[in-house]
Ligand binder design. Sequence first.
Ligand code: NAD
Length: 479
Amino acid sequence: MTVLRKNLIDGEWLGEAGSRNINPSNTNDVVGEYASAGPEEAKQAIAAAKAAFPGWSRSGPLARHAVLKKTSDEIMARKDEIGRSLAREEGKTLAEGVGETIRAAQIFDFFAGETLRLSGEMVPSVRPGVGVEMTREGVGVVGIITPWNFPIAIPAWKIAPALAYGNTIVFKPAELVPESAWTIVDILHRAGLPKGVLNLVMGKGSVVGQAMLDSPDVNAISFTGSVVTGKRVAAASVEHMRKFQLEMGGKNPLVVLDDADLAVAVDCAVNGAYFSTGQRCTASSRLIVTEGIHDRFVDAMKERLDKLVIGDALDAKTQIGPVVDQTQLKQDEDYIAIGRQEGAELAFGGERLERETPGFYLRPALFTGATNAMRISREEIFGPVANVIRVKDYDEALTVANDTPFGLTSGICTTSLKHATHFKRNSEAGMVMVNLPTAGVDFHVPFGGRKGSSYGPREQGRYAMEFYTTVKTAYTFAG
Ligand code: NAD
């Protein structure tokens, strides 16, 4: 029997069965059943968060520290079970699922610490006898809207700072991964959050998400997802004069120069392009390779790809799990067909795979002979598909790397300090990696991009404060 997971509204678990969650490694396996909220529930959740804000925003650091620390401890203690459940519903491997769960625990721990470190400034006024204080306060009701590809880490890196800085929350997770979202909310609820401080509204983006966008009582929205939805969030937020923050797609370049260590370059490219089934906003989907190393790099890539174990996410031997669902699989296959029509050569993979259980298995695809003008080089595919773009030298590589509407991450593999340094300074991306995959970032430093990838202040680390607080300047004349 599958358990029904309900929405959390004003401290009560509510709702009837609305949607089923299917394991992408085995479509016969139903992970669970979940309540699906409508606009009315969304309104109730927003009202509850609004009512809870005065109390929570004045609760002080100790109360917030206690909840966040307890949450971190429970997530860490249950990392294997939660990580397994995440891998079951999303399709990333067990190691990736557990790794992501540990990361969520670390994020809650980090922001537990931040509750005790919030500081302001005090300066003398230009007027004699007057003091000026600059303090930070919570923004109010924060709407949190998340995608399916990091089912626990992304909710954690939004919920933890929102709570740490005294905000209340309406959280709407992606439809495909409700179990991880429910689990994190359940842990936070039991850790002692007062009612209404955190509300969970699972359901359709076009219904629940839209109700959040349309509400004048949501004071800020933190969104991660596609560019199309991000633009909707932006337009609605401007309409309501609310604060908003968007993290969206990527088409991240990994430059490989002639002087690169070939083994390092192949490790970076395989990890960056294909791990998590290529379903990462930070994936290296454009491999920009200079002429002198091009053929050796392509041969070594094919050899490595041939050895990758693609299969059930819950099998410990699996290195690449299935694609998340049928819609994403179709999108990946459509882009593979587009790449061929555009004249790129499918040098490896790209075909559906049969496994013991019915699932969305796709062999990682590598295109060669791609140009940067092709659609496969300009549009985010969000699957295990990467293109090799051959270039003459470093200067051309940098130009091609920056010639994209996106700007989330970028990377370079080189043993030249001169080129590495020049690339770090001139890459038009929010995060730059040298001899490292474009995906895989630390939890205590800012995360975010430029151009069409991101909008608004950075997430994570101390920089998260910019979004989740508002500054007050107070003047005092003591006589
Ligand atoms: P999506 O835009 O389809 O959905 C994201 C969220 O928005 C979901 O919760 C969805 O239900 C909700 N939503 C949909 N319509 C809505 C509406 N009208 N109003 C309000 N909310 C609505 O994205 P996805 O397919 O879940 O995720 C994949 C995308 O996320 C990719 O483009 C990927 O690059 C991006 N992503 C970006 C980052 C980053 O930090 N830059 C991280 C992970 C994923």
